[in-house]
Design a protein around this ligand. Structure first.
Ligand SMILES: *Cc1c(COP(=O)(O)O)cnc(C)c1O
Length: 475
């Protein structure tokens, strides 16, 4: 199709790359920006605008506005390239272990340890007493054994890797008996049947979705059986007419037939949450005490440490797992190791763990504490003194998240917001594209800010974010 005169005018007015570079190089805003970044931003913008003109998508009332429009777009492109993609966000969702928002926040102790270890040389694999090669995992292994009561321990990249490695070592070419009620899928495409297939084990499902009995396991055992596997159904719950076989009973069956029993605890906690008025979640210590041969769990769920997969259990089995060549491929780096060691150390004193580990602190935060915080947020927002904001406090619930304590609802006093001139969805989107982005949830057409997951400086940042949105709102 031939171009209309307006399109031809626009094309003629489109500046060349060299002209643009000259124009921008005098701007003080871009003195620190590498030339290639400026060049890329200019090329992308001009190409985009040229296509828009040719496809007749660009309409401006006055040709003289074109330069300003180009400068603005180039500015945006440059900014996007000059800021880090992975950045801090404000989690106002009340979901404590939020997988999309990075799961657990590390304790101050861990941050200090990471900085020290990552910025200096360390004894990562040096035994300082003998001067010979040391084992990188020895400190965390003894801490894990000490806290859990297990004989032996091993750490890999994440719990998915831990499960894969254990199955690959213990069940390759053999049958693994699992209850039908425990064939879980967790977010990010981890499914027990698929992991089993990769490991070379053969899944043998027993029982039904809602009920599995001890005799289901005993009947399924043959000379091909290599493992009895229990999977903690951490992200859902089957309620009603149900029956499952306890770990203790599975261990008894395993002993009788000389077959090891493994439990994938998923979240895995050292703290009995029922002591703090929360739902009972099986602890790692209980699984060890029940005689389970191998237990695996995550480092960054209820444990509140870095991403890691922890394997604990009988020495002869853990030794066999350590010898698997996959173990080397799944090893953790020194920063993770530093964070894990300092997190585990806090567990030597449970009170300290609760007060120092952010995940535990947020989970055990009382309703009263959330009340105080929501009052503070409301006070901060009222400082803006803007009639377009409507605020109220509401009694709602936070969640543990991360596939932990699926039914748990933590009573929390939240702040509900509406802004005149913006729909709730528009407000949510603007908060999310702020700097730093603020992630909130929507309930009953209100923006809900849950104070449980907010960090110390964030009530101020919430006020600033709303202030920024108000200032940019058309009157
Ligand atoms: C979360 C979870 C996993 C995977 O753990 P990652 O540390 O995320 O790899 C495996 N099994 C269960 C039951 C889980 O809940």
């Amino acid at each position: 199709m031939p171009l209309k005169p307006q399109q031809q005018d626009l094309l003629k007015k489109l500046p060349g790359v060299d002209t643009m570079i000259e124009r921008l190089s005098v701007s003080s805003d871009y003195q620190e920006v590498p030339r290639r970044v400026i060049l890329q931003a200019i090329r992308l913008t001009i190409d985009g605008m040229r296509s828009a003109i040719i496809e007749d998508r660009l309409h401006i009332p006055d040709l003289d506005l074109l330069d300003g429009m180009i400068d603005e777009r180039v500015g945006k492109e440059i900014k996007a390239r000059m800021t880090l993609n992975l950045k801090r966000v404000i989690n106002a969702t009340g979901v404590v272990i939020h997988t999309n928002l990075g799961r657990s926040l590390l304790a101050e102790e861990s941050l200090a340890h990471i900085t020290d270890i990552a910025s200096r040389y360390s004894n990562l694999e040096l035994n300082l007493e003998t001067g010979k090669r040391g084992l990188r995992y020895s400190a965390v292994e003894s801490l894990l054994c000490d806290i859990s009561g297990a004989e032996s321990a091993l750490v890999v990249n994440n719990n998915a890797a831990a499960v894969l490695l254990c199955l690959d070592t213990l069940a390759c070419g053999k049958e693994v008996i699992v209850s039908r009620g425990e064939l879980v899928e967790i977010g990010g495409s981890f499914r027990i049947p698929d992991v089993m297939e990769k490991s070379g084990g053969f899944l043998k499902e027993v029982g039904t979705t809602n009920r599995t009995h001890p005799q289901d396991y005993t009947r399924a055992i043959t000379e091909k059986t290599g493992l009895l596997l229990k999977v903690h159904t951490s992200n859902y719950s089957i309620q009603g007419f149900t029956a499952s076989v306890s770990l203790t009973d599975m261990v008894a069956i395993g002993r009788e037939h000389a077959i090891p029993v493994m439990e994938d605890l998923g979240s895995g906690t050292f703290v009995d949450f029922s002591k703090y008025g929360l739902a009972k979640e099986p602890t790692v210590q209980e699984s060890v005490a029940a005689g389970c041969d191998i237990v695996t769990f995550s480092g960054d769920k209820l444990l509140g440490g870095p991403q890691a997969g922890i394997i604990i259990g009988s020495k002869h089995l853990v030794d066999a797992i350590k010898k698997n060549p996959l173990t080397r491929a799944l090893r953790i780096d020194k920063m993770t190791l530093a964070a894990l060691e300092s997190t585990l150390r806090l567990y030597l004193d449970e009170e300290k763990a609760i007060s120092r580990i952010p995940t535990l602190r947020m989970l055990t935060m009382s309703k009263k504490q959330t009340n105080v915080l929501s009052d503070l947020i409301i006070k901060k927002i009222r400082e803006l003194d803007d009639p377009r904001i409507e605020i109220q406090s509401l009694d709602l619930f936070s969640k543990a998240g991360g596939g932990s304590l699926p039914l748990l609802e933590l009573p929390s006093t939240c702040v509900a917001i509406r802004m005149a001139g913006l729909s709730t969805h528009e407000l949510e989107q603007r908060l999310r594209s702020g700097c730093p982005p603020l992630i909130a949830r929507i309930e009953n057409d209100l923006i809900i800010l849950d104070p449980r997951t907010l960090q110390i400086d964030e009530p101020d940042l919430i006020r600033d974010a709303l202030d920024f949105i108000l200032r940019n709102l058309k009157p």
